[in-house]
Design a protein around this ligand. Structure first.
Ligand code: GUN
Ligand code: FE
Length: 468
């Protein structure tokens, strides 16, 4: 055990289940896993505190109005596109890609110093925002992706680094000339990243590769087949974009005579190690396929509101127990904040519910009374998707439980104790300084969920190590 924390712990073991444990003691093993979590007054905590193996470790007291929460995970972020986040969002998806996305990635690949600068700033921003794990789409070039991997590892953050594969690029100066070239390039990336990470002890290897065919329109069948084989051989996860928008899907159907999901499935690219971004066209026909193949999906609500005519059906996905995490989709979405995405996910679900009520002719929130389905998503469910949902989809824990990696953020609720008194939340308004009971804690966490920001974040730990 290397560290002990005492106070309040908040997490979401299941969608819709908010767990608030007050007056608890949490212990972290020397390798960064949660080794103990029980009420302070319990015999196990008491014996832990008095046992000789932990003597000398003073538990860190979280504070009366603070709590530890698992870190956020971003399952879909295009790192090079941070360069121009918030630009040109009035354009349709396919035009925006050619005008901005490919150009930014090309610049990053051509200029390693720019890559260093952009990725350094991005990593700092992720820390400020409480994002402890990111699944990245990078660029085509091997070097820039290695720079990104090293920035994340050095910062102590987890990253799945996706060197892009695309042998059918529409941009003359940015693309890979053949499937064979593309496969050699990604193999070289896997080898280089492996030789870098193998210098760290296994529990401190925070970055790993993820095979990344960009999306069907820019990949040949030969490339997709080769990437599937490579992923299996090397035991590496695969990610792509699936059914994001009408223009993109039409393009696939016109050239392949098949829908996105069938192209991927036919070539073995839908499975338990597959992550697919967007999937806004997930419907009754596609749900059984995604469920059977155990695909994880990255829901990118802000991006989809701009780039897609349809919104991801999060309510249905949760009801079907599908694997879902949140993604910022920088720069299709302009905000790297998963807290923003969480809120946006709830807003989108409420808008879907409003439209359903309107079509059924009933009042908001009561469509279920007319035999329809209530499409709303609750804030605690969004918190689950942002923490445990994303982590679980990538083969990790994402809650605060013995055996899980200790990846946590410290949130302070009371602004009055913050230097300068800048915290946005002042609990004393509501409770007039009295101690928080169970219901009071739930309200307080909800208020943070709605209105909190970086000013409430007082620390972050990844694999037991303090990184911010
Ligand atoms: N589909 C293929 N590439 C991209 C990208 O860079 N961003 C988004 N949003 N969708 C894509
Ligand atoms: Fe994307």
């Amino acid at each position: 055990m290397t560290s002990l924390f005492k106070g309040t712990f908040v997490d979401t073991p299941k969608a819709g289940e908010l767990r608030i444990r007050r007056d608890h003691l949490l212990g972290v093993s020397s390798e960064g896993y949660i080794a103990h979590l029980a009420p302070i007054s319990s015999p196990s905590s008491q014996s832990l505190l008095s046992s000789s193996s932990y003597s000398g470790i003073e538990p860190l007291s979280l504070g009366e109005f603070s709590f530890l929460l698992p870190t956020f995970s971003d399952l879909h972020l295009h790192a090079p596109q941070y360069l121009y986040a918030g630009t040109g969002l009035d354009l349709p998806l396919m035009e925006w890609l050619e005008k901005y996305a490919y150009r930014a990635e090309e610049r990053i690949d051509q200029d390693p110093l720019l890559a260093e600068r952009v990725y350094e700033r991005l990593v700092q921003r992720l820390k400020e925002l409480g994002t402890g794990m990111v699944t990245f789409f990078g660029s085509i070039g091997v070097e820039a992706n290695l720079i990104l991997a090293k920035k994340m590892q050095e910062a102590g953050l987890r990253g799945f680094i996706g060197k892009l594969s695309m042998d059918q690029s529409p941009r003359a100066t940015y693309g890979e000339p053949s499937a064979d070239y593309s496969l050699k390039s990604v193999t070289s990336f896997l080898d280089s990243l492996e030789s870098y990470t193998s210098t760290f002890p296994p529990h401190l290897r925070l970055v790993e590769p993820i095979i990344t065919p960009r999306f069907v329109p820019v990949c040949s069948d030969e490339l997709l087949t080769g990437l599937e084989k490579l992923g299996k051989e090397r035991g590496v996860r695969v990610q792509s974009h699936m059914c994001e928008g009408r223009d993109q899907m039409d393009m696939v159907f016109k050239s392949r005579g098949e829908k996105d999901q069938h192209v991927f499935d036919k070539l073995g690219l839908l499975g338990p190690k597959t992550l697919q971004a967007h999937v806004t066209y997930l419907d009754e026909e596609m749900i059984p396929l995604v469920k059977d193949r155990q695909v994880t999906m990255a829901h990118c609500p802000l991006s989809n509101a701009y780039m897609s005519e349809k919104q991801f059906p999060l309510r249905e996905a949760l009801d079907e127990d599908l694997s879902v995490g949140l993604g910022s989709d920088i720069a299709g979405g302009y905000s790297p904040s998963i807290q923003t995405q969480m809120r946006q996910a709830v807003v989108i679900a409420r808008l879907r519910e409003g439209a359903r009520c309107e079509s059924l002719g009933c009042s908001f929130g009561t469509s279920h009374e007319k035999g329809g389905k209530n499409l709303r998503v609750d804030w605690t469910e969004a918190l689950y998707v942002a923490t445990r949902g994303g982590k679980k989809g990538m083969g990790m824990g994402g809650a605060l439980e013995v055996g899980m990696e200790f990846d946590a953020q410290l949130i302070e609720l009371a602004g009055t104790e913050t230097p300068g008194g800048t915290g946005p939340l002042d609990l004393f308004d509501l409770r007039q300084g009295s101690e928080l009971d169970e219901a009071g804690w739930k309200e307080a966490v909800e208020r943070w969920w709605c209105n909190g920001d970086e000013r409430n974040r007082k620390g972050m730990w990844i694999q037991g190590r303090k990184v911010a």
